[in-house]
Design a protein around this ligand. Structure first.
Ligand code: ADP
Ligand code: ZN
Length: 815
C-alpha cells in the first residue's frame, strides 16, 4: 500500500514547500487549498496550506504526520495559488511570505497566537464541552495562549477547536480593536410650524422689518426652500451673508428650528435614481474602453482631474455585475478615499464589500468567506493593495484607480509587490479586463500604452466643461528680495487667499512636511539635535513642545538651551505644516484653519473627521501634506497653494521629477471642481524649472517625453528594470564589508549594470546601518536568468558565516 504525502506552504520564509505524511482517508479527503495543522521546528505548531497531494516520500528528511485537518473545503482557490507563485518568483520572496501576507491572521493560528474573548458573544448553548472549557477560562482571564489551551484541554491538537470558536464568534485573535464609526451629523434649518401659513409669515416679516439681517435670513430661506432639499445651516448663513449668531437668534425667537442629519444619509437620499448620466466625453471614453477591451485586456484611462473617471468606472462595473462576475476595485489608501467609497456604496450598496486592513480580524474573515463563496454581497470588492490576495474565482473586471500611486508598492515586509502589477497578472489568470486610471499616469503605464502593450483612452475635459485650473508660479526669491514675504507667504498668495475667503470659498495649502520645522540649530555653536537611533536631525513639533524623529518615533521635550554649548540660542530652519498653520492663524484670525497630516489624523477615523469638517465648510483653509493629493473631491475649493515646490524637485531619486509633476498636478486638481475655474499658486525659487513649467501649462505629454529621454540615457525604467538590494545591521563594519563583497560578486556577473554601493540619505534607522546596491537589467536581458544569478550570489553570501546575521533585502522594481 502506497504511503500518502502532502506538500504544504508554511507561514515562514522558507524557499520551498515542506512534505508531511497523511493516511489514506486523509489523502482522499484533502484538496489543494485546505489548511492543516502541522508541527515544524522545535514543537511549534503552524497552520499550513496544502498545495500538492502525492505518494512521493521526501528524499532528504523523514516526513512527519500532520496534526489535524482544519478545513472541510479549500479556502484558497487554484487561481490564487498560481498568483502567489507568480508573486514569489517575480519579487524573489518565499511562498511562505506571500501566504502570510495573503491570509487574514485568524486563518493562520499557530502555537504563538493569543486568544481573547469576544465581548459580544452570549449563547453558550451552541458550545461543545471542550469549547465551553475555553469559553469559561476566558471569563477568568483576559487572554489565553494556544499553549494554555493545550493544558486546559489536556491534548495537543487544539487548532480545530480554536477555529470553531472563531467561527462561532466566541473568541478573537486580536491585533487591533475596531471602533465603530459615528458618521458626522450636519446641522439643518427649517421654519417652525407656527409660520407655515402665509398670513403668519407676513406678520413675521413685518416684525423683522427693523432686524434687517434676520429678515435677509428668512427671505433667503424661502429662496433655498424652492429647491425642495434640506437646507444646511451653513448654506443659509453663506447665501444670506449672515453669521451663525443671527440664525441662533431666530431659533431663540421660535422662527427657525435646527435639526441634524447624518451626512451619509443625506447623500444616499439624493442618489437613489441609479448611475449618473455620462456626459458626451465620458460616453466616448466608455465606448473606446469597451472597444479597446475587445483587442486588449489591459487599458489605461488617462483622464484629467475631475473628468469624472469614477463615473466611467461605475458604468463598467455595472456591466460586469450583470454578467455575474466579480469586480475588484483597487484604491491606493482606503482611509483617504472614503469619498469614493461612499459614492460607490450609493450606487452598488448591496453588492459591495470593503476590505480594509484596519478592520477587525472577524470582519476580514467575513469578506474572505463571502468572496470565496461568490456571495453577491461581495461581488464588488473595494480595497487597498492587499485585496489582490482575496479568493476570487470568477473575476470579470479590475479597476486600479490612481494607478500611479507609490502606495501600491509594499516596502516592508516581504512580499515587496506592486499591487497594480500584481493585479495585471491576476486579471490575466482570470481572463478578466483591467482598467488602470489616472490623471497623471506612471511613466511605466503610459509607456506600455504608447507601445501598444496596453490600450489607451483619454478624457481631456473636466466634467461640466469647467476649465482646468489656472496655475501661477510665484518667484519667492524675488519676493524675498523685495521684502514682500510675510513668514512663508508671498503677498500674492496672501491676496489670493483673501479673495477666496471673501467669496466664501475654501482654500487648500500644500506643504509636504509635517511638524513645525525639520531642523533646530544653535545659532552660537551650530549644533542641531539628532536622533540617537537614526542618522537624522529631530523635527520640532511646537504644538506639543517636542522634538521627534520621523523614522523611529523617538521623541523628547524641546530643550530651552543648546545641549552642546548651553546657550539659549536655539533657532529653527525649514518649515512644516504646523508652522504654516500657525502663520495662517495670525494672517487670518477670523477664519477656521485646519491641518491634515499624519499628526492630526492619528485615530482610526482621523481622516474622515477632517475630510467631513472640510466638506461641511467648518474649515476654511486646510493645510496638509501629500494626503491632500489623493483624489479628494470638494466642491467649494477655488484656490490651491503650494508653499514650496523646490524640496520635491531636488529630491535625489530618478523618479523625483515624475513624482513632483504628479503630486503638484494632483493637488492642483482639487481646485475648481464644480462651479468655476480654480486657481493654483505655486511658490518656488526656480520658476523656470521645466517640471514647474509643465505643471503650470498642464503638459503631461511634454513631461513624459522629457523624462523618458532621461530614463533612456541613464538606464532607468521603463527601459531598464531595477532590483534594489539592501543590507542592514547594527554593526557598521559588518554592513560595509558585506556590501563590498556583494558589489564585487555582482559586478563579476552583471558588470557595469551594478550601481553602488551607496548609503541612503538616512543611512542609519533604528540603529541599523543601511547600504544599497542596484542591479539594472537591460531591455533584452532575461529577467528569470538575472534573478537566478542573483539568487546564487545571495546563497553564497549567506553561506559566509560573518555575513549570516546581516539582513538581506531584495526589492524588485523598487520605488
Ligand atoms: P476624477 O476621478 O476624474 O477626478 P470624479 O469622478 O471625482 O473625477 O468627478 C468629479 C466630480 O464631477 C464629482 O463630484 C462627480 O460627482 C462629478 N461628475 C462627474 N461626472 C458626472 C456626470 N456625468 N454627471 C454628474 N456629475 C458628474
Ligand atoms: Zn530615529
Amino acid at each position: 500500500m502506497a504511503a500518502h504525502y502532502i506538500d504544504v506552504i508554511l507561514p515562514i520564509p522558507l524557499q520551498k514547500t515542506f512534505t508531511y505524511k497523511v493516511n489514506e482517508s486523509e489523502a482522499e479527503f484533502l484538496q489543494k487549498g485546505m489548511r492543516v495543522a502541522v508541527e515544524f521546528g522545535k514543537s511549534k505548531v503552524y497552520t499550513a496550506l496544502v498545495v500538492n497531494i502525492h505518494t512521493q516520500a521526501p528524499q532528504l528528511y523523514e516526513a512527519k504526520d500532520i496534526h489535524q485537518i482544519l478545513d472541510e473545503k479549500p479556502i484558497v482557490s487554484p487561481q490564487q495559488l498560481k498568483h502567489w507563485q507568480w508573486i514569489a518568483s517575480y519579487y524573489l520572496c518565499s511562498l511562505g511570505d506571500v501566504y502570510k501576507a495573503a491570509l487574514p491572521s485568524a486563518f493562520l493560528l499557530e502555537s504563538e497566537t493569543i486568544l481573547y474573548k469576544n465581548e459580544g458573544f452570549g449563547d453558550e448553548s451552541i458550545l461543545t464541552d471542550e469549547e465551553f472549557l475555553i469559553f469559561e477560562a476566558l471569563q477568568h482571564q483576559p487572554q489565553l495562549s494556544v499553549h494554555q489551551v493545550v493544558d486546559i484541554l489536556g491534548k495537543k491538537k487544539v487548532l480545530p477547536i480554536i477555529n470553531q470558536l472563531i467561527q462561532k464568534l466566541v473568541i478573537e485573535v486580536r491585533e487591533e480593536i475596531y471602533e465603530t464609526y459615528k458618521p458626522k451629523m450636519v446641522k439643518y434649518v427649517r421654519l417652525h410650524v407656527n409660520y407655515e401659513n402665509e398670513s403668519s409669515l407676513q406678520v413675521l416679516l413685518e416684525e423683522l422689518s427693523r432686524a434687517k439681517k434676520q429678515r435677509d435670513a428668512v427671505l433667503t430661506y424661502f429662496q433655498l426652500k424652492s429647491t425642495k432639499k434640506p437646507i444646511k445651516a451653513k448654506d443659509l448663513e453663506k447665501k444670506s451673508n449672515v453669521s451663525s449668531s443671527i440664525l441662533k437668534a431666530l431659533v431663540d425667537k421660535g422662527v427657525f428650528e435646527f435639526y441634524h442629519l447624518q451626512t451619509d444619509r443625506v447623500a444616499f437620499k439624493s442618489n437613489t435614481n441609479g448611475l449618473k448620466q455620462l456626459n458626451e466625453y465620458q460616453q466616448t471614453a466608455l465606448k473606446e474602453i469597451k472597444e479597446s477591451f475587445n483587442s486588449n485586456d489591459i487599458t489605461l484611462l488617462h483622464g484629467v482631474t475631475s473628468s469624472g473617471k469614477t463615473e466611467v468606472y461605475t458604468q463598467l462595473i455595472q456591466d460586469t455585475l450583470t454578467t455575474g462576475k466579480q469586480v475588484l476595485f483597487l484604491l491606493p489608501e482606503i482611509a483617504l478615499t472614503t469619498q469614493i467609497i461612499t459614492r460607490l456604496e450609493n450606487y452598488f450598496g448591496n453588492n459591495i464589500a470593503v476590505f480594509h486592513s484596519k478592520y477587525s480580524v472577524n470582519e476580514r474573515v467575513e469578506v474572505w468567506n463571502n468572496v470565496l463563496q461568490q456571495k453577491s454581497k461581495a461581488q464588488i470588492v473595494l480595497g487597498a493593495r492587499s485585496s489582490v490576495f482575496l479568493p476570487f474565482s470568477n473575476l470579470g473586471l479590475i479597476v486600479v484607480d490612481e494607478e500611479h500611486e507609490a502606495s501600491y508598492k509594499q516596502y516592508e515586509p516581504s512580499p515587496r509587490y506592486n499591487a497594480r502589477d500584481a493585479a495585471v497578472v491576476l486579471a490575466k489568470l482570470h481572463g478578466a479586463k483591467i482598467l488602470l486610471g489616472s490623471a497623471t499616469p506612471s511613466l511605466e503605464s503610459k509607456f506600455n500604452a504608447v507601445n501598444n502593450k496596453y490600450g489607451l483612452v483619454s478624457l481631456t475635459r473636466r466634467h461640466g466643461n469647467i476649465q482646468m485650473p489656472s496655475i501661477e508660479l510665484i518667484d519667492i526669491k524675488e519676493k524675498h528680495r523685495k521684502k514682500e514675504m510675510k513668514g512663508h507667504f508671498s503677498d500674492r498668495l496672501i491676496s489670493l487667499i483673501k479673495d477666496a475667503l471673501e467669496e466664501k470659498e475654501q482654500v487648500i495649502l500644500f506643504q509636504n512636511r509635517r511638524g513645525f520645522s525639520p531642523i533646530v540649530e544653535c545659532t552660537t555653536c551650530g549644533t542641531s539635535p539628532q536622533c540617537p537611533n537614526c542618522d537624522v536631525s529631530l523635527t520640532y513639533h511646537k504644538y506639543r513642545g517636542e522634538l521627534k524623529c520621523h523614522y523611529c518615533h523617538y521623541q523628547r521635550a524641546m530643550p530651552t538651551s543648546c545641549g552642546a554649548c548651553g546657550n539659549a540660542t536655539l533657532d529653527t530652519k525649514g518649515f512644516g505644516t504646523e508652522q504654516i498653520e500657525l502663520e495662517l492663524k495670525e494672517l487670518f484670525p477670523k477664519h477656521n484653519i485646519g491641518r491634515m497630516d499624519s499628526d492630526t489624523t492619528r485615530g482610526k477615523f482621523g481622516y474622515q473627521k477632517i475630510i467631513e469638517a472640510f466638506e461641511a465648510q467648518e474649515i476654511d483653509v486646510l493645510v496638509g501634506t501629500q494626503m491632500l493629493s489623493k483624489g479628494l473631491d470638494f466642491n467649494n475649493v477655488s484656490l490651491v497653494g503650494i508653499l514650496n515646490a523646490d524640496a520635491m524637485l531636488n529630491f535625489p531619486d530618478f523618479r523625483a521629477h515624475e513624482r513632483a509633476y504628479q503630486l503638484m498636478t494632483q493637488v492642483s486638481g482639487r481646485a475648481g471642481r464644480s462651479k468655476k475655474q480654480g486657481k493654483v499658486a505655486i511658490q518656488t525659487y526656480n520658476p523656470y524649472h521645466q517640471i514647474l513649467q509643465q505643471v503650470s501649462t498642464n503638459s503631461y505629454e511634454e513631461m513624459y517625453k522629457e523624462q523618458l529621454q532621461d530614463r533612456w540615457q541613464y538606464h532607468y525604467p521603463p527601459y531598464y528594470r531595477l532590483i534594489k538590494i539592501t543590507l542592514k545591521h547594527r554593526d557598521y563594519t559588518k554592513v560595509d564589508s558585506g556590501i563590498n563583497w556583494l558589489a564585487k560578486a555582482l559586478q563579476n556577473v552583471f558588470h557595469d549594470n551594478v550601481l553602488g554601493p551607496s548609503a541612503p540619505a538616512v543611512s542609519r534607522i533604528r540603529n541599523q546601518y543601511i547600504k544599497n546596491l542596484i542591479i539594472k537589467i537591460p531591455p533584452k536581458q532575461s529577467l528569470v536568468k538575472t534573478k537566478e544569478q542573483l539568487q546564487k550570489v545571495k546563497n553564497t553570501f549567506e553561506a559566509i558565516k560573518d555575513f549570516r546575521p546581516i539582513r538581506f533585502i531584495i526589492d524588485v522594481d523598487a520605488y
